[in-house]
Write a protein that binds this ligand. Structure first.
Ligand code: NAD
Length: 385
């Protein structure tokens, strides 16, 4: 059974789905691994390293795809690549099945079994496969590094013969996986950190990292769902958060915003007037940009200078740290493959919660109800997508 590793085709993508050490492990388990030439180069892994791990090198992408039984991916493949896969092949990656389901139709129609890492249920057994958390960790770290590199000030407090420098003030909005990593990174660099989240449970985690948690009185409103995620809030409840954010942002040097509600557009939390009242030199990194952004002025993918405030809205920050982002992702994928490959052959047990939960399509049909609904909405209103 052949596993194929592609050179990712999305513009700016530097990550690779599997690293040489994972390839070695999979070959030991009876798989035959073939890699497209230079697939790992941007993340620091040469063809030579894959060859040494036991992979073969492919220069023809079309025949590599046609021979693949398993295709681990970072991003959804292009339509033509999907059509080149054979029926019954398995592809797994960040397929954006809820945001962009129509792009997966060529693979669905070709009878490819698709698994989306975004849909892996966040249960304890699946923690080692949680690619969302892996990438959020990298993004949270890198957001602070990006801000520190751009800020016209230093992060730590310094007492020098030339005077005392006050520490940078960092404000983190949304204390989930990315937000907590941003807090930890900013603290390590010596900043004073404040954080806000609608989930009261986040408060303890924020404080344990040495940051101050900002509370908003929402009158006992339930803000968390059964899965531990934030719920979508009313405009009135959101406004209370927006007021607190506007007030705190006036004295912040750096604002890292990460707030998301699964399956929805990211909540708008930083109003235009909040940006207008920020000090010149403030850096905002909107990590929710891929879901539309938390700031009213965000243009996803663009960096803007607005009255001296720099607003970053990166769409793929993990790709700026390709070595470790690929390492974590490769491990997540390897752990997922251990679930679906038994004795060197594919074994898709659809009664397994993780396999069923993450499966988008099987035998020519969309099998995930949420994806089917997203596709219907997309087909009904293609102009708004
Ligand atoms: P996420 O990316 O969906 O959201 C990021 C943060 O934004 C969350 O903390 C959320 O509460 C916050 N947020 C949403 N709306 C907001 C608003 N209006 N104002 C302020 N903040 C808002 O979340 P995530 O980082 O993927 O994880 C969220 C939760 O899931 C956390 O409790 C985390 O510990 C938990 N989790 C569990 C597992 C597991 O395996 N069990 C894995 C990962 C995360």
């Amino acid at each position: 059974m052949r596993l194929a590793i592609l050179k990712e085709s999305a513009p700016g993508e530097t990550r690779v789905a599997l690293l040489p050490d994972a390839v070695k492990l999979l070959i030991a388990k009876g798989l035959d691994v073939s890699i497209e030439s230079n697939a790992g180069l941007a993340s620091g892994h040469t063809d030579e390293a894959y060859l040494q791990a036991g992979a073969t090198l492919a220069t023809d992408r079309t025949s590599l795809l046609a021979s693949a039984d398993i295709l681990p991916l970072v991003n959804a493949p292009l339509a033509q690549d999907q059509r080149n896969l054979k029926p019954g092949a398995v592809a797994i990656g960040f397929l954006r099945p809820l945001d962009d389901p129509a792009t997966l139709l060529p693979a669905v129609e070709s009878g490819v079994t698709l698994f989306a890492v975004e849909l892996v249920p966040r249960i304890t057994r699946a923690q080692a496969m949680d690619a969302l958390s892996s990438m959020a960790t990298v993004a949270g770290y890198k957001a602070v590094i990006l801000a520190a590199d751009t800020l016209p000030r230093l992060f730590p407090m310094l007492m020098t013969a030339a005077g005392t420098i006050a520490p940078a003030r960092v404000f983190v909005i949304g204390a989930g996986v990315a937000g907590l990593q941003a807090i930890a990174t900013a603290r390590r660099l010596g900043a004073v950190v404040e954080a806000y989240d609608v989930r009261a449970a986040a408060g303890e985690q924020v404080r344990s990292l040495g940051a101050k948690f900002l509370d908003v009185d929402l009158g006992g409103l339930a803000t968390e769902d059964k899965g531990g995620y934030a719920k979508e809030l009313s405009e009135e409840a959101l406004d209370r958060g927006r007021d607190l954010i506007a007030k705190t942002a006036r004295t912040a040097d750096v604002i890292i915003t990460t707030a998301q509600v699964p399956g929805r557009r990211a909540p708008l939390l930083i109003r235009r007037d909040a940006v207008e009242n920020m000090r010149s030199g403030t850096i905002v990194v909107d990590l929710a940009a891929p879901a539309g952004g938390n700031c009213e002025l965000t243009h996803p993918g663009e960096t803007q200078l607005i009255n001296g405030v720099t607003l970053f809205a990166p769409l793929n920050l993990p790709a700026a740290v390709p070595g470790h982002a690929s390492q974590l992702y490769s491990r997540n994928i390897t752990n997922f493959l251990a679930l679906i490959v038994k004795g060197g052959a594919l074994h898709l047990d659809m009664d397994d919660e993780i396999i069923r939960g993450s499966c988008v399509s099987h035998e020519g049909k969309i099998v995930n109800p949420r994806v089917a609904t997203a596709l219907e909405a997309h087909t009904a209103a293609p102009a708004s997508s």
